[in-house]
Ligand binder design. Structure first.
Ligand code: NAD
Length: 309
């Protein structure tokens, strides 16, 4: 378990995965960036009787995978030359390549079942010595890895980057009950010295530390605004620059995080705390749920509380 981290794989190329891959590339670590790319025939291909295995279809799917992974997702690099360190790929076809990396970071949708299933697939290709971590905002590290072997769980922990990974210094490391404590210490040193982060060790409690507080703050602001009839702009004027947080106003933050992700993160505390008052405090208001249902997910979909220009 003393392998230095020279190569990484990031699984999930959304808001956070692309940002984490870019941060790793920026500090000189080559990384695979894998995500699901739906494999479906077009109407024209179906009419011609082609299958998914036909070379023309395979080529089109490969081209659209690269397009999805490199163009439609944000990848903030310090300099375009670093892009060469990121190798995008379709998760299904390239997962086996994680056998060659030193660190696998899971950054897919905030859903326990999806993460559990993915970890089981990762374990099939994983080699002992490789660190595996999750960027979950608050799902239990122990629950996520419950179906994995003890050996795998020794190498598994939460590494929770904040958005955007390039600028946010805080990183929470969350050991699970089986995680090797020496490995936690080495990852802490690595994240501080190589990635430039300020690491806080957190316990495996719902939403850990920062999101237990931050999610509550955002929800209470949203509720107050609804109750008292303030506008989005008024709330952001007060909770942003006026509070010395030029880029962290309430609704700008929700748009940046992604409204769907925010609802999942709030739901995680709602589902996992017993205290009725605390449960109530983490209940997402209907307005948020209806925006998500309409596909208004924030910056990533072009429409949230603000329209992306
Ligand atoms: P996102 O919605 O932008 O991206 C999620 C990605 O997961 C998508 O590219 C999607 O294709 C992929 N995905 C969905 N289902 C999948 C599956 N079954 N298998 C493989 N890939 C799948 O989400 P995000 O904001 O990047 O969040 C990813 C993780 O990071 C979540 O756990 C989230 O809680 C955490 N996180 C998010 C933020 C934030 O501000 N958005 C901050 C810190 C941590």
């Amino acid at each position: 378990m003393n392998k230095p981290i020279r190569k990484a794989a990031v699984i999930g190329s959304g808001v956070m995965g692309s940002g984490i891959a870019a941060h790793l590339a920026n500090v000189g670590i080559p990384c695979l960036l894998l995500d699901m790319v739906p494999k479906q025939l077009t109407d024209e291909e179906t009419a011609k009787g082609l299958s998914l295995e036909h070379p023309a279809v395979r080529n089109r799917l490969a081209a659209s995978a690269i397009a999805k992974l490199t163009k439609t997702k944000p990848a903030p690099l310090y300099d375009d030359s670093f892009a060469a360190r990121i190798t995008p790929g379709n998760l299904e076809d390239h997962l086996a390549q994680i056998a060659d990396v030193d660190w696998v970071i899971e950054v897919v949708v905030e859903n326990l079942q999806v993460k559990k299933e993915l970890l089981r697939k990762v374990e099939q290709h994983w080699k002992p010595g490789t660190v595996v971590s999750s960027n979950t905002s608050g799902i239990s590290i122990n629950a996520m890895s419950a179906d994995c072997s003890d050996e795998f769980r020794k190498h598994f922990m939460g590494t929770h980057f904040f958005n955007p990974p390039r600028y946010m210094k805080l990183l929470e490391i969350i050991p699970g009950e089986r995680t090797d404590r020496d490995l936690v210490g080495r990852m802490k040193t690595f994240c501080e010295t190589v990635l430039g982060k300020g690491v806080v060790l957190a316990k495996d409690t719902p939403n850990f530390i920062a999101n237990r507080i931050g999610t509550y703050g955002l929800l209470i602001t949203l509720q107050e605004m609804l109750d008292k009839g303030y506008t989005v702009e008024e709330v952001d004027a007060v909770t942003g620059p006026a509070m010395g947080r030029p880029k962290s106003a309430t609704f700008r933050t929700l748009d940046l995080v992604g409204l769907d992700t925010f609802v999942h993160v709030a739901d995680n505390v709602y589902a996992n705390v017993a205290d009725a008052a605390e449960k109530k405090a983490f209940e997402s208001p209907e307005v948020l749920k209806s925006m998500v249902a309409k596909g208004w997910l924030g910056e990533k979909s072009g429409q949230g509380f603000y329209l992306k220009r």
